[in-house]
Ligand binder design. Structure first.
Ligand SMILES: Nc1ncnc2c1ncn2[C@@H]1O[C@H](COP(=O)(O)OP(=O)(O)O)[C@@H](O)[C@H]1O
Ligand SMILES: Cc1cn([C@H]2C[C@H](O)[C@@H](COP(=O)(O)OP(=O)(O)O)O2)c(=O)[nH]c1=O
Length: 737
């Protein structure tokens, strides 16, 4: 923590007003969030109504009614998801969504009035179909509402609205059930939450209508939203391995975005956080290729376990809460525990144990979710069950966030994980309630001890018995640090660094990590790297540090010759691999002859560009294998990773517009190239927020350098007294170099 009370990226965007300040976006956000709230509320409301309508019937009929509602609410995402995209591109989205939410209002209201199971089931299906439309509406509308450099923030904010509505809905449902019980007698008004869901949909329709400025149509390029519109069943049928094989070369359109996607409540992705590109910290040779069968199967198993545990809880919750004496309020509380835990897990996932292997973390989170299901099934106390489902949700949320960002899968991990999870979820919600009904209630007597258990608890236990070994196998298959003991690895990660087994450390004499500090400045052309690197160096020197300012390419004698070859417009036909190796050669020389000697004597090294430039330009920009480039560079540098990388972000047109001198070979690349580079840098930084500072470099130089000074102070050997930046920010801004 620092004086601004935030870390990394949060601080970087702090001085800017939130994306919610953009009025049309705020209106879209409100409408989307209300609509999501209606969706999430209608899940327990319709399930509880189905349960109430079959109250007098045998347990099997009851279980089928509950399973029916849940199955019909999952089915559309599995079958119809991709169809929503072209549909939403062609019509007036604002009016369509207002109408759709109006229809959902009428549907849900009619369910409460008709009071019949078949109509409840039909409405559940139709409500879920309508939910599919919101994601394409949001994604397709953003370009018209939000400037390009805020779009990522906007997507994330939309995601938070859509996901965050789930725990809110569960709490609202529980409160309504409680209120219904208190005011009208126990269990008498199962339709109260249904009316509430109808009202929320009506409000959503009104809010959608009020958006006003939503761009009417257009902005749909079939190729662009390709990953978002993948048909889950097709993906499963074809198999991830084949898809990956096709995508690996990052050639053509296939690997162009490098984005992972996240879902809205309907399970359809909102193009979301970038896939975490392999940063320079690629240290584990085994972890780089996911195209091999083991990790793919591991990912599939992980998706199955996440869905198995979470869907089992959702499916059993109504019956289980009743068995534990909690009724609908208890049902809502269990769902609230699960969804709040999951929301927290999704938020923490990318941040948790940052130096720890992501694949190991995914495996561990999956095992944790599976293990949490055991006490959920066995403990006969509703309060404890709510708490434990929160733990389960947390583990599942972390697993989901980590699994969908696995860099090696080139953005496909999300679509695949989602497809596996949807199918598993569908099967689980179809099977668990009938299984619970089939098992029925039993009493175990062991001596004096009596243990009552209901079918729901037993069904959950069966799910746990399946999930735990599946989780263990998933961990085994995902583990990219097999042979590295888990406990020291975890404890090193808790202390903020990556565990290096003693043998490996001995074999890496070149890397000096306990002396000196290494800071890299990265970003696109004209972002201000040179300016800010120099300002930072001046500031550090002013505080008595031994500072070595350096840059890439061309900081050594050989490097200068390589630089001339690399940047000369006359150099034509240089193959991307040769270009990569020349930059890596320059870097190897740079590390060996400039950076390491400086660090050995305890200096602070400030470098204008480092490994990330190769990952972003040669990897993302030239659409080469980012992992392979990471490995080449890890070898070239002996694994030296900066303590801090300052990423200066500006749209390419702004940065290129700042440059006065004629374009060099790389600057002369087309706009799409520079856009890919920018996205690449962003993905790299997002993958390791703990050692990046992302700065909006469109602001005045002094403001930027102050922000950088705050962050650098955190990693300096001796703290620079707070307040010095106020003095040093008056440094004359360094003009062009
Ligand atoms: N924050 C800023 N706002 C406006 N212009 C800037 C800013 N930072 C740097 N510049 C100017 O932009 C140009 C490129 O800056 P430079 O530091 O050389 O970028 P880079 O090293 O990233 O290519 C220079 O003329 C510099 O004075
Ligand atoms: C270090 C590095 C630079 N580059 C490119 C980016 C720049 O266009 C060029 C470096 O030129 P330079 O004149 O140093 O540009 P800048 O002031 O923007 O840093 O080389 C790579 O493509 N890969 C790399 O690994």
């Amino acid at each position: 923590m620092n004086r601004t009370g935030a870390t990394g990226q949060a601080r970087a965007t702090e001085p800017r007003p939130g994306v919610q300040a953009i009025k049309p976006f705020r209106r879209l956000w409100i409408a989307l969030s209300l609509s999501s709230l209606g969706h999430w509320l209608s899940v327990p409301a319709l399930t509880a109504l189905a349960a109430a309508l079959t109250r007098g019937e045998d347990p099997a009929t009851r279980a089928q009614a509950i399973a029916g509602v849940l199955v019909l609410m999952v089915l559309p995402a599995l079958l119809l998801g991709p169809l929503a995209w072209p549909a939403m591109a062609r019509i007036d989205r604002r009016l369509a969504m207002a109408a759709v939410d109006g229809v959902r209002f009428a549907l849900v209201l009619s369910v409460a009035l008709v009071d019949a199971v078949p109509w409840t089931l039909a409405a559940a299906f139709l409500v879920a179909v309508a939910s599919l439309l919101w994601t394409p509406v949001t994604v397709l509308s953003l370009p018209g509402l939000v400037p390009e450099d805020r779009r990522e923030d906007a997507r994330r904010s939309a995601l938070r609205g859509a996901y965050g509505a789930a725990p809110v809905a569960a709490v609202v449902f529980a409160l309504l059930a409680l209120a219904g019980d208190a005011l009208l007698g126990s269990g008498s008004r199962a339709d109260l939450p249904v009316y509430a869901a109808a009202v929320v949909f009506l409000a959503a329709a009104g809010a959608t209508f009020a958006i006003g400025e939503l761009p009417a149509r257009g902005a749909y390029v079939p190729g662009d939203q390709r990953a978002a519109a993948v048909a889950p069943l097709k993906l499963l049928f074809q198999g991830q391995g084949r898809d990956q094989g096709q995508g690996r070369g990052r050639s053509g359109r296939d690997g162009d975005t490098g984005q992972a996607r996240q879902t809205a409540p309907d399970g359809v992705p909102i193009a979301g956080a970038h896939a975490a590109g392999a940063g320079p910290a690629v240290r584990e040779p085994g972890g780089a290729h996911a195209a091999t069968a083991g990790p793919v199967r591991g990912l599939a198993l992980a998706g199955m376990v996440i869905a198995l545990t979470a869907a089992a809880v959702v499916a059993a919750a109504r019956l289980y809460a009743r068995d534990l004496g909690g009724g609908d309020a208890g049902y809502g509380s269990v769902l609230a525990g699960l969804t709040a835990g999951a929301a927290l897990g999704l938020f923490l996932g990318p941040r948790v144990l940052a130096p720890f292997s992501r694949r190991r973390l995914l495996g561990l989170a999956v095992i944790a979710a599976a293990l949490a299901l055991v006490p959920v099934a066995l403990v006969q106390n509703l309060v404890v069950v709510v708490f434990l489902t929160g733990v389960l949700g947390l583990a599942a949320g972390v697993a989901w966030a980590v699994g969908t960002r696995l860099p090696e899968d080139e953005g496909r991990a999300f679509a695949y994980l989602r497809a596996v999870a949807l199918l598993t979820g569908l099967i689980v919600v179809a099977v668990v309630p009938p299984l619970a009904g089939l098992i029925g209630e039993h009493r175990l007597t062991l001596g004096d001890a009596v243990y009552d258990f209901g079918g729901a608890g037993a069904a959950l236990l069966i799910a746990a018995v399946l999930a735990v070994p599946a989780g263990l196998v998933a961990y085994r298959k995902l583990d990219d640090r097999a042979g590295v003991p888990l406990l020291p690895d975890l404890s090193a990660a808790l202390r903020g660094h990556t565990y290096v087994p003693p043998e490996e450390a001995a074999a890496r004499p070149g890397v000096v990590r306990d002396r000196g500090v290494f800071i890299a400045f990265e970003g696109g052309e004209g972002a201000g790297k040179t300016t800010q690197a120099r300002l930072a160096a001046i500031w550090l020197r002013d505080h008595g540090y031994d500072v070595v300012s350096t840059h890439e390419p061309g900081a050594t004698k050989i490097g200068m010759r390589l630089r001339a070859m690399l940047l000369d417009q006359e150099t034509t036909g240089l193959s991307p691999r040769a270009e990569t190796l020349l930059y890596a050669a320059d870097r190897a020389d740079h590390v060996a002859n400039v950076i390491l000697p400086a660090m050995e004597r305890g200096a602070i090294v400030v470098s204008d560009r480092y490994v990330d430039s190769s990952l972003a330009y040669q990897g993302y920009g030239r659409q080469q294998d980012v992992d392979a480039i990471g490995r080449v560079n890890a070898w070239a540098t002996g694994g030296l990773v900066p303590d801090l990388t300052v990423l200066l972000e500006v749209p390419p047109e702004t940065g290129l517009g700042r440059l006065a001198s004629p374009a060099d070979r790389i600057e002369a690349e087309p706009h799409e190239f520079h856009e890919r580079v920018r996205q690449g840098f962003h993905a790299l930084a997002e993958a390791h927020p703990e050692r990046y500072l992302i700065v909006d470099a469109g602001r005045p130089q002094a403001e930027i350098s102050r922000e950088i000074q705050y962050r650098i102070r955190e990693i300096l050997p001796d703290p620079v007294p707070a307040g010095t930046e106020d003095v040093t920010s008056t440094f004359p801004a360094i003009k062009d170099l």
